[in-house]
Unconditional design. Structure first.
Length: 124
């Protein structure tokens, strides 16, 4: 059985929170996965107690359901979002340092080597 990754779990939880009445077919299409994978993901979320399935009692079509995030589902979405944000901030800070280092390297090059590099770049 494939493992449901944090990005997949977060995407599903966000979709369900925004549109709880989405069908599994709609979820599969929105996530770019097969219907079987969407079904597997939904079962995994329900087994973990993150999502519950609720039938619309007032709806004449008794097959109409809504996937509702449980309090645990909202907490899980928050946890995954926080971890994702921390990871992206760390990546951003690392990129900023790398960019500054590269700029410093370019500024510290001698004028002769800069002219040579520009000529080589222009001839390619």
């Amino acid at each position: 059985m494939p493992v449901l990754t944090d990005p997949q779990r977060l995407e599903l939880l966000k979709l369900l929170q925004a549109q709880p009445q989405m069908s599994q077919r709609d979820l599969a299409q929105a996530m770019g996965v097969s219907l079987g994978k969407a079904n597997y993901c939904m079962k995994a979320l329900m087994e973990k107690g993150l999502v519950k399935l609720e039938n619309f009692r007032k709806n004449p079509d008794k097959r109409q359901y809504a996937y509702l995030l449980t309090p645990a589902g909202v907490e899980e979405k928050t946890r995954i979002t926080l971890n994702f944000l921390k990871r992206k901030v760390a990546e951003y800070e690392a990129l900023e340092k790398e960019i500054e280092q590269l700029r410093g390297d370019l500024q510290n090059r001698s004028p002769q080597s800069r002219v040579r590099s520009e000529r080589q770049a222009g001839s390619q």
